[in-house]
Design a protein around this ligand. Structure first.
Ligand code: O2Y
Ligand code: MN
Length: 596
């Protein structure tokens, strides 16, 4: 075993690394220091062992390409467990395993899994190093790809160890690719031990343990215990024509366009009025009550791990600039000049390329069932530093966080939910957040039109019983002297022919303008049974021509549709039994009464 000098005197950390070394039996241990020299060294090594391909440095400076194992291309929710002492503590929406069984099963897979490999120790901070919002994690991994991704997605190295000191608290994050066998894959969370064990996957949310595992599942549990919140939310600053910046957070289920909204470009009419948009974060928000009574948010991440297909200069020009350098592309197509391509990019399809699995690809190619073969995997990703985003907020690393004026919830609803409505208050807002859901499309398993509930977009990411999570939301509202207003938005309403009624993308700023004006009491609204809906004439539509009655349809509230929805809500809420807060049932009953 080759060891280097350890850069810390933290006894608990050193003992843990020793224990893991005994378990995984690596050939050498490398402590990650976060330096530029180290970055270069790791990149060279990753290229030499085939983990990364260096991209054409004229076209993609500082950027690399990676292909993951074909069985390892997305988070595996079915193999993700919350390992609390009792099943009830994990709740009805999580897979549960007892800590004893989970450690036992995973220990067998981890035993000797790093033979001949390097064990990297990555000290990382979620949130600006040293901020009172921030938490420290130490990820042990045998994947150089994970190290290089964590370098972008979090703050890593000696600065973090300095803040950790000799006795600081940290989340123990153990990861190994092992042999990438899906039958030996487990993503285990031990909230009561502040520990994560992930084995058998090298991809995304399964392996970059700072992201979904720590910053949502473990942090959510810590936040409930300590009085703060970890949410699946983007954070956006909106500068109005007077130069005042107001911040919103928004929670949408995965694949509802959070990154696009977080990097929104104002449409011409609103730009001319003087609006600007500032990105603080695109995926996760940590929220705390500030001494001034506001709810403040930070983005605990330092980079974006965004979906590549569909990213282009129309859908998200800021993302296009963000990923123009120092980016790791995973599972997109590779052209012969070592540039990358994906479906929905600015470039036309190449005549030939290697697809995401490394096979020859050309436009029109089909598989044995006559289905078109995609060049880039639909879940292919870019990993890029947040600092490269042209509209990154000057406050994105503010250790005090940014004050939140409005919280938005939304799903994909073809029917029922209007474009936007304001809730009647915090508890009503929590009720609305608890009802978030998307209708199944023909592309998904199950009955088309059926609603998949995803409260606060947290179903896959809540590290404890979701009934307790709802209770925590209610308590946070009681404790926050100046809580944000809560709204619901729906960019996905369709007409009778199934055509989207709202153009989305930059035009969404029109909705956000109304939201912020409501927060400041500057515009009136129509009171409906579900909440306050904009008056058509108070909605700035300069420069946007919607056909005929589209705006009326978008803003309409049809009680009969909502009554149908209530039945589904009730069945969903009942899953949480006695854990479900009475305050939310009260809001449910209020809604029922208002609908008549
Ligand atoms: O498939 C993965 O591992 C990534 S999933 C993901 C990545 C970035 C942001 N959000 C998500 C998500 O599933 O919500
Ligand atoms: Mn997400």
């Amino acid at each position: 075993m080759i060891t280097m000098e350890t850069p810390t005197k933290h006894q608990e950390l050193l003992k843990w690394v020793q224990d893991i070394e005994k378990l995984c039996q690596p050939e050498r241990i490398v402590w990650i220091d976060g330096s530029q020299q180290e970055k270069k060294r790791l990149e060279n090594e990753a290229v030499s062992i085939g983990e990364l391909i260096e991209l054409n440095q004229d076209k993609h400076p500082g950027s690399f390409y990676h292909r993951s194992h074909p069985n390892d291309v997305a988070r595996t929710e079915s193999l993700t467990y919350i390992c609390t002492k009792t099943k009830e503590d994990a709740g009805p929406t999580n897979n549960w395993m007892s800590p004893e069984e989970a450690y036992f099963k995973a220990r067998k897979i981890f035993t000797g899994c790093m033979k001949g490999r390097t064990l990297y120790v990555i000290p990382f901070s979620m949130g600006p190093v040293g901020s009172k919002f921030s938490r420290i994690g130490i990820e042990i991994t045998d994947s150089i790809y994970v190290v290089l991704n964590m370098r972008i997605m979090t703050r890593i190295g000696n600065d973090v160890l300095k803040v950790l000191g000799d006795h600081g608290e940290f989340t123990k994050c153990l990861h190994s690719k092992a042999d990438l066998d899906i039958k030996k894959r487990l993503i285990l969370h031990f909230p009561e031990d502040n520990t994560i064990w992930s084995v058998g996957s090298g991809y995304g949310g399964n392996a970059l343990l700072g992201k979904k595992c720590l910053a949502l599942r473990i942090a959510g549990y810590l936040g409930k215990t300590e009085g703060w919140m970890a949410e699946h939310m983007l954070i956006l600053g909106i500068e109005n024509p007077k130069g005042e910046v107001r911040y919103i957070t928004a929670a949408f289920p995965s694949a509802c366009g959070k990154t696009n909204l977080a990097m929104l470009i104002p449409p011409q009419g609103l730009k001319a009025k003087g609006y600007k948009v500032w990105t603080v974060g695109d995926d996760i928000a940590w929220l705390r009550i500030h001494p001034d009574g506001s709810l403040r948010a930070i983005n605990p991440e330092a980079g974006f791990f965004g979906v590549v297909p569909g990213t282009n200069s129309n859908t998200n020009p800021n993302a296009v600039t963000t990923i123009s350098r120092n980016t790791i592309f995973t599972n997109v197509a590779l052209k012969s000049d070592n540039t990358v391509w994906w479906e929905g990019s600015d470039e036309p399809a190449p005549e030939k390329a290697l697809d995401w699995s490394g096979d020859d690809w050309h436009p029109g190619i089909i598989d044995e069932q006559d289905n078109p073969i995609k060049a880039a995997h639909p879940n292919s990703r870019f990993t890029a530093p947040a600092s490269q985003c042209p509209c990154i907020s000057p406050k994105w690393e503010d250790p005090e966080g940014v004050p939140i004026s409005a919280v938005l919830f939304g799903g994909r609803r073809a029917r029922v939910a209007p474009l936007v409505y304001e809730t009647f208050g915090w508890n009503h807002g929590v009720y609305v957040g608890a009802t978030v859901g998307s209708e199944r499309t023909a592309a998904q398993e199950g009955k088309v039109g059926e609603i998949r509930r995803d409260p606060m977009a947290m179903i896959p990411f809540c590290g404890y019983n979701m009934g307790d999570y709802f209770r925590h939301w209610i308590e946070m509202g009681k404790r926050t002297p100046r809580p944000p207003k809560i709204f619901h938005v729906n960019w996905f309403r369709t007409d009778e022919k199934g055509k989207f009624l709202w153009p989305g993308f930059g035009e969404n700023l029109r909705v956000l303008e109304w939201v912020l004006e409501r927060c400041e009491g500057k515009v009136s609204a129509v009171k409906t049974p579900v909440g306050h809906v904009p008056k058509k004439e108070e909605f700035d539509m300069t420069g946007l021509d919607l056909p005929g009655s589209a705006l009326d349809q978008l803003l309409s509230v049809v009680p009969a549709d909502w009554k149908e929805d209530l039945a589904d809500q009730e069945a969903f809420f009942k899953k949480f039994g006695s854990k479900f807060p009475e305050e939310i049932w009260e809001e449910f009953r209020g809604m029922k009464k208002r609908l008549g």
